[in-house]
Design a protein around this ligand. Sequence first.
Ligand SMILES: Cc1cc2nc3c(=O)[nH]c(=O)nc-3n(C[C@H](O)[C@H](O)[C@H](O)COP(=O)(O)OP(=O)(O)OC[C@H]3O[C@@H](n4cnc5c(N)ncnc54)[C@H](O)[C@@H]3O)c2cc1C
Length: 389
Amino acid sequence: MDFSLSSEERQIRDTIRSFVEREVMPLEPEVLRNERAGGPGIDPEVLRDLRLKGKKMGFWGINTPEEYGGAALGPVMSAIIAMELGRTFVPFSFGGSADNILYGGTEEQKKRYLIPTIEGERRSCFAITEPGAGSDARNISTRAVKDGGDWVINGEKTFITGGNEADFVMVFAVTDPEKGANGGTTCFLVDRDMGWRSTPIPTMGQWGPASLVFEDVRVPEENVLGELGWGFALAMQWIGQGRYMIPAGAVGSAERMLQMAVDYAKIRTSMGQPIAEYQAIQWMIADSQVEIEAAKWLTLYAAWQVQQGMDARHASSIAKLNGAIMANQVVDRVLQIHGGMGYTKELPVERWYRELRLLRIFEGTDEIQRRTIARNLIKGHARLGTIGE
Ligand SMILES: Cc1cc2nc3c(=O)[nH]c(=O)nc-3n(C[C@H](O)[C@H](O)[C@H](O)COP(=O)(O)OP(=O)(O)OC[C@H]3O[C@@H](n4cnc5c(N)ncnc54)[C@H](O)[C@@H]3O)c2cc1C
């Protein structure tokens, strides 16, 4: 069993790490200032320039196939890169990628939606959640009804990431109420100028989703993505394939914060010695490192399964559940080690504290991941005692 990276992989990791330290982390004070003034953390122009710098270095479409101009580094390297990017709270990601369900489109759809998204000319969002159906995504009620050659969509979506900025949406609607999620739910590619509207939803973090309203929005037949009736399966495939990316980012954030806590514990004195000398502090540091390491390897294992073409759903649920809880425990301890300073806006800990809370909710809550893991075992879809099988 070999846990090491090849020299090429190590080189990629190190190059990204120094890119993040040199180009991205210096933007942190500005991002905090912009966000606290109520604006977007990073100026879109600055983001564009950074992405172009990354592109020049060969980091464009990390997990995008080469035929679409991507680097096609694969799931394990994507997870490692997400860990590196997670070290900063600057909302930066490399360009050149698109939601993987867009690869399931027709040639014409690829030309109109996939390629411009990869190129950064178009922005998408993915809309399944509704006010009445979140965890219970099989139960959505947005309706698409055939009228001549078009589909007419009515309904409301909520908490849609990027929904304010997107110029098209991959929206899931019921096309056959009798069949529902099993053959009666379809995904449609819907341009904003076909008539849907969005409203921002303020949240406790910087992740600003939107609610979307569809009122008699007409969509031509050629905008059905994938097979008619099988949109739910498509949605689950998309979410399941990329789930390991969430704990990957969490590992990077937790490592950076834990380092801050270690550094602070060495210089902050109380009752005559640095707080790092107290067992109470050491245990928080030790527990955090143990949990980070566990999350790191569960995440890489899930990514490795995706890379091998295995069914990675069980491993991904385990990694996502563990990583989300880990990050929240670590940020809480890091805040505690910083005492009152941790609670102030002078440090970024509170910003991370608010942002990381989301990890336990989106792309399947903790409870839904536990439900999936338990049901897989109870139904025999997953077995205990396996290694790499
Ligand atoms: C910032 C943000 C961004 C998001 N981005 C997107 C996006 O881009 N696209 C999109 O479609 N959605 C998005 N979502 C929606 C997200 O996936 C849902 O919020 C999530 O799935 C939970 O659904 P809910 O909020 O309706 O909670 P509910 O489903 O109402 O759950 C409420 C509580 O009940 C628990 N619960 C529910 N069912 C069960 C059960 N069977 N057993 C045990 N406990 C249960 C939940 O775990 C939770 O604790 C986003 C959400 C947020 C907050």
